[in-house]
Each structure stands twice: as structure tokens, then as C-alpha cells.
Design a protein around this ligand. Structure first.
Ligand SMILES: [Zn+2]
Ligand SMILES: [Zn+2]
Length: 407
């Protein structure tokens, strides 16, 4: 089984990080903890486990951070024993090919999505009773027992020909969603979860920083769940601007705009400038969704938000940040984070984020057309990754298509 994985090997990670500036391809060298390997088909490690064969899998920025060994050994998640090996790829649609004797949720031939496997173990996948309060509340991604190591790990991931998983780590794909729509359920779920962490109230103005796939998914989710909201999107590339407009952005802040001036113009905020280019706004957006998650974007987002407004941090950073957090106390701005997806309350009902997302796709409120821009067979992984990283290619979502090899 062909598979791409990254070992948690700190000496190798440090070596690759040091070499990268002078040797761009160091991550593909023998010194790297990144491997493209052909491994034996894994056995099912327990009666509630199953094996799947992959159909389509997206390339996500989180995978790319792991691939590039961006994780700083000092960040909090690295302290957790959790995974020693990360099989990359989690936006994956697969077909069940083997089930253990006690699997009840799936049969051979069913199409499934990876649900929580990538984020680590939880009470369900480890069969721990009683479950922790986060699992009980519908947030297995936030499981308090995730690092106990009480159960075997699945082998393989989305960037593999297939993988093994506990049945609790998967989600069924309804028949009326095709593979391409299904492959977008995970990133759209992140958009839905982001929007519902702090949904704009009627008349509120919002800004989405970044128009990559997550920014575009957040845009769609805010548009679907808060149709009255005024949404501005900060986008760098022409194809992102075009897609953001198509998906309902009211305003675009482009790469040639001064973002502080644009934020003041859109919101009526008052812009001030101190020494050394230190700019601050009073007034501003009610909610800013930071879909980049760099020190720079966090610092700016806090300054573009009105007093008592909120910044929702959807971008994933794997290194300690250096950002000025003073607006959090000085302007009482809420800084709200999120991890992937979990459970939502919407229209008086409780939903798993995946189920709400699927319902919104069916209602035509979340769109999948045009988001997948490039497809590659797994063997062309380096080319696929280069295309995903270079937005000048017009890429939005690049996928591995496992039928490309079979055609
Ligand atoms: Zn992702
Ligand atoms: Zn738990």
C-alpha cells in the first residue's frame, strides 16, 4: 500500500528546517522525516475496525504544515505523546473493503469520510467508558483521553491507497453526494464550525482574512447561516477574488488596497497612526475570521475589530506567535479559537457539524462547484503539492484522485 507519512523525529525535523532555506527540496531527501513508502497491507487490529480503499482526497494546509515540518517543538500539542507518525490526508472519501466482526455502522461497499481519525484518538475510538466530558458533549476532537494510548492506531491516511480505522472515526456518505462533493464536506465543516463559533447578528459587518479554501468555506457558511451579514473578504489572487464574489462577498480587500484604510472605509472606523507605522482603529468589524493564522494576521485582525467584537482564529499555526494582544484587554475583543468540527446548535436542533454541512449542501446553501481545480494521481504527489502551494496556478482545492491510476 502506497502511503505518505511524517515521523515525529525531532533531530530530522531540525536538520530539514535548517537546510530548507538553502536546499528547497530537503523535505524530499533521505534526511527528512517525510516518507513516500510502499508498506504491507495492515491487519485489522480489533473487531470494531475496518479497512477502506480511497477514492478522492484533498490537500489541506494542515497537511502541508506537517509535510514541511513547520511544527515548532515548543508548541503545546507537541508535548502530548499522541501520534509518533502522521499519515497525511484527512479530506478523504473512501470505500469500505473489509469490516471486523463487531462493526455495526458500516458494510463492505459503503462510502465513508474520515471524521476524527486525523485529530487523534478519543473515548469512542479507544472504547473508553465512561467517556470524558468533551466526547459526551459531542466534541471528540477535544477528547481529554486522547493521549492515553489505550487503543491501536490506524495505518495509512488520505494520501495513501487506503487505511484502517475504528468505525467510530468514520462518517457515512449519503448516496446523493458524489465523490467530489463528499471530499469537500470536511473543509466545509470547518467553515460551518468557524461561522458558528461567533455568528454575525443581523446588520453586523464581518471580515474574512484569506480567500484560500478555508476562507471560501467560511464565506459560504456565514452567507448560509447569517444571510443578512455584510461580508468583506481579503483576497490576494484574481481567481480568489472571482470566487469570493461568486460566493456572495459584499466587498473585496485586494492586494493593492491598504487594508487599514479599506477596513476604516467599510466599517466607518476611525484610523489612527502612532510612531513606527503603529496603526490602530477605533470602531471596525463586528467579527473578523482569520483564515490565515499568522502573527501578522492575528495582530491586524485584533486591530480591525470593534470594541467587544470578536476575532475567530480559523488558521492553524504550529509555531509560537509574536503578536500584540493588547486589543484583547484594551478593547475587550474576544479571541476565539476552534479545532476542525464537532457539534452545533442550529435552528433549535443539535447537529454533528458533518451532518449540518451535508444538509446545507443538499439545500443548495453550500456550494462545491468549481472549488476542486486540480486532480493528480498519488504517484505525482510532489507535483500535486507544488500546485496546491503555488496559488498562481489558480489552485483552490487540489485533490488526489485514486481513479486516475486505475483509468
Ligand atoms: Zn483540513
Ligand atoms: Zn473523550
Amino acid at each position: 500500500m502506497k502511503t505518505i507519512y511524517v515521523d515525529k523525529d525531532i533531530p530530522k525535523s531540525i536538520a530539514v528546517k535548517a537546510l530548507k532555506p538553502v536546499w528547497g527540496n530537503a523535505i524530499y531527501s533521505r534526511l527528512s522525516p517525510v516518507h513516500f513508502d510502499d508498506i504491507p497491507e495492515p491487519e485489522l487490529p480489533g473487531p470494531r475496525w475496518l479497512r477502506v480503499k480511497n477514492r478522492v482526497c484533498g490537500i489541506c494546509a494542515t497537511d502541508l504544515h506537517l509535510l514541511h515540518v513547520d511544527a515548532d517543538p515548543r508548541v503545546a500539542p507537541v508535548a502530548l505523546p499522541g501520534y509518533q507518525r502522521f499519515y497525511l490526508g484527512h479530506e478523504v472519501v473512501s470505500e469500505v473493503v473489509e469490516v471486523g466482526p463487531e462493526v455495526t455502522r458500516f458494510s463492505v461497499g459503503d462510502r465513508v469520510l474520515m471524521h476524527t481519525r486525523f485529530q487523534g484518538a478519543n473515548c469512542f475510538s479507544q472504547e473508553i467508558e465512561p467517556r470524558c466530558r468533551m466526547c459526551e458533549a459531542g466534541f471528540p476532537v477535544l477528547c481529554e483521553n486522547s493521549s492515553l494510548g489505550e487503543a491501536p492506531r490506524g495505518v495509512g491516511g488520505g494520501w495513501s491507497e487506503g487505511y484502517t480505522a475504528h468505525e467510530a472515526e468514520l462518517h457515512p456518505v449519503p448516496d446523493d453526494l458524489d465523490d467530489n462533493q463528499a471530499a469537500l464536506v470536511e473543509p466545509l465543516s470547518v467553515g460551518v464550525h468557524t461561522a458558528l463559533r461567533r455568528l454575525p447578528r443581523p446588520g453586523e459587518k464581518t471580515l474574512i482574512v484569506g480567500a484560500g479554501i478555508i476562507g471560501l468555506c467560511v464565506l459560504q457558511a456565514v452567507r448560509a447561516l447569517a444571510p443578512e451579514a455584510h461580508i468583506a473578504v481579503m483576497a490576494r489572487y484574481p481567481h480568489q477574488v472571482e470566487m469570493a464574489r461568486r460566493l456572495g462577498a459584499n466587498d473585496i480587500i485586494g492586494r493593492d488596497d491598504d487594508p487599514y484604510e479599506a477596513a476604516a472605509r467599510i466599517t466607518g472606523g476611525k484610523l489612527y497612526e502612532g510612531m513606527f507605522g503603529n496603526r490602530m482603529m477605533l470602531g471596525g468589524f463586528d467579527v473578523v475570521y482569520d483564515c490565515v493564522g499568522s502573527s501578522r494576521t492575528v495582530q491586524d485582525s485584533l486591530r480591525w475589530t470593534r470594541a467587544r467584537g470578536a476575532v475567530v482564529l480559523a488558521g492553524v499555526a504550529l509555531a509560537p506567535m509574536s503578536a500584540d494582544l493588547t486589543p484583547v484587554w484594551h478593547q475587550e475583543v474576544d479571541l476565539i479559537g476552534l479545532n476542525s468540527h464537532g457539534r452545533e446548535t442550529w435552528n433549535g436542533q443539535t447537529w454533528e457539524t458533518f451532518d449540518l454541512t451535508i444538509a446545507l449542501i443538499r439545500e443548495g446553501k453550500l456550494h462545491t462547484d468549481g472549488l476542486i481545480t486540480h486532480r493528480f494521481p498519488l504517484d505525482q504527489w510532489r507535483e500535486a503539492i507544488a500546485t496546491a502551494e503555488d496559488k498562481r496556478t489558480g489552485s483552490i482545492k487540489v485533490v488526489f484522485d485514486y481513479f486516475e491510476n486505475r483509468r
